[in-house]
Ligand binder design. Structure first.
Ligand code: NAD
Ligand code: DAU
Length: 364
């Protein structure tokens, strides 16, 4: 099995989203001859503007193609898989709160969609065995630390059992398990990454950091779930995308790799830092009803990825300050991202919570 190197043709599913678009910008920005085809359904979270920098640069645009389509559609996937040296699958419904409101789309993309990709790659692997293509394609499945469930103490290692606790996390775990099964049963060349909570530019405003930054810029309330003492380990998007490229090139077939962040913080501590960067008062923070089944803490051991030669580069203080500045400077981007079903979603997720909220105690 040969991992794809410079000059390869990558099929990037979900490449118009937050992390996928960073991956595409960075891979094409290396200018090493790599070609990229993005397959993206452009759901409410997908945004062609996230790839604007690529499409506006003649050198990058010449090695880039965009196809609007669904990974759960075999007719869309088959010809793209036939033309690819490797597939990197970012495509997913990615917001835990939406998975609690309406799980079906999470299963369709996260389970059926992954299955369709795997079937197309099985065909291509068989073609390579018959000498009808040079090498079998590699699949990198982008997964998440949420597959381990809530980690009260210590850090999850890759061999730990999966124990997902939300419909989102369960769909991600199911997708991963299918990927592993196709490696074991059919000999597909696959690698899996399990990334930590990611932050940075182009993050959809439904997620904690961009929601609180954009609401604070508008002096709107910041809805903090429960006691706000849940812990997350924050990973800059450039480090997450870089780690995925590193595992794609160097990872051992059949293995999963944790991609931890650089800063474990409670949500309260994080919100304090955001408010300081924005020069906004704590009085904006409202204590609201908790997320059902809310995972208390995510934490992963990163030794396997470090042994593969990867280290994060972006310090949290620097990354967070740059991210806040990016949202200040890109108001038109985040206002447009609050299009589609945003108002209906926001009302469904927050109206009752905010109506029954309390001022958040600043001292806890
Ligand atoms: P995102 O919601 O910003 O982007 C998802 C992209 O997938 C969008 O462009 C969307 O249009 C596309 N998509 C959705 N369904 C599709 C389908 N059926 N066919 C084709 N395209 C489809 O998500 P993100 O935050 O960039 O996350 C990307 C991946 O990384 C996801 O698999 C997610 O589970 C995983 N992940 C995210 C984080 C994080 O903190 N954001 C951390 C770890 C892992
Ligand atoms: O850990 C990786 C995961 O990180 C990814 O797999 C997911 O795709 C990604 O969305 C993210 O999931 P979280 O649920 O951790 O992220 P979110 O930004 O939704 O929430 C972060 C924390 O902030 C979490 O403890 C819930 C809390 N929160 C979130 C929102 C949106 C609030 O207190 N209020 C909010 O309004």
């Amino acid at each position: 099995m040969t991992a794809p190197g410079p000059g390869a043709h990558l099929l990037v599913a979900g490449g118009a989203g937050f992390i996928g678009s960073c991956f595409v910008r960075d891979v094409l920005g290396r200018r090493d001859g790599t070609r990229v085809t993005v397959l993206d359904k452009l759901t409410y979270a997908g945004n062609r503007a996230n790839l604007g920098e690529v499409e506006a640069d003649a050198g990058m645009a010449a090695r880039f193609a965009f196809v609007r389509g669904d990974i759960a559609d075999p007719a869309a996937v088959a010809p793209l898989a036939a033309a690819a040296d490797a597939v990197v699958n970012f495509a997913a419904e990615s917001h835990v709160d939406r998975s609690i409101l309406e799980p079906a789309a999470f299963l369709r993309t996260g389970v059926d969609g992954v299955h369709v990709l795997l079937e197309a790659l099985r065909v291509e692997t068989d073609r390579a065995r018959r000498g009808e293509r040079a090498a079998p394609p590699r699949l990198l499945q982008v997964s998440t630390d949420e597959v381990y469930g809530s980690i009260d103490e210590g850090r999850a290692v890759e061999s730990d059992p999966l124990a997902p606790r939300s419909p989102y996390a369960a769909a991600k775990a199911a997708g991963e398990l299918l990927v592993r099964a196709y490696h074991v049963t059919y000999g597909l060349d696959v690698v899996v990454t399990r990334g930590s909570n990611t932050y940075g530019p182009f993050h959809h405003p439904e997620k904690l950091i961009p929601l609180f930054v954009t609401n604070a810029l508008d002096d709107l309330p910041l809805p903090l779930y429960g006691d706000g003492l849940q812990r997350r380990d924050w990973l800059h998007v450039a480090d997450h995308a870089g780690a995925i490229a590193h595992v794609l090139a160097h990872g051992a077939a059949g293995e999963a790799y944790n991609v931890p962040g650089s800063a474990e913080l409670t949500n309260r501590d994080l919100v304090e830092r955001l408010l300081a960067l924005l020069d906004k008062p704590w009085s904006l923070v409202r204590s609201v009803a908790d997320r059902p089944g809310h995972d208390r803490r995510y934490a992963m051991d990163g030794r396997r990825l470090a042994e593969l030669g990867w280290a994060n580069r972006v310090g949290f203080d620097e990354g967070l300050a740059q991210t806040v500045a990016w949202y200040r400077d890109h108001e038109s981007w985040w206002r447009a991202a609050r299009g589609g079903d945003w108002d209906a979603y926001y009302a469904r997720q927050y109206a009752a919570r905010l109506a029954t909220s309390a001022a958040a105690d600043p001292t806890r």
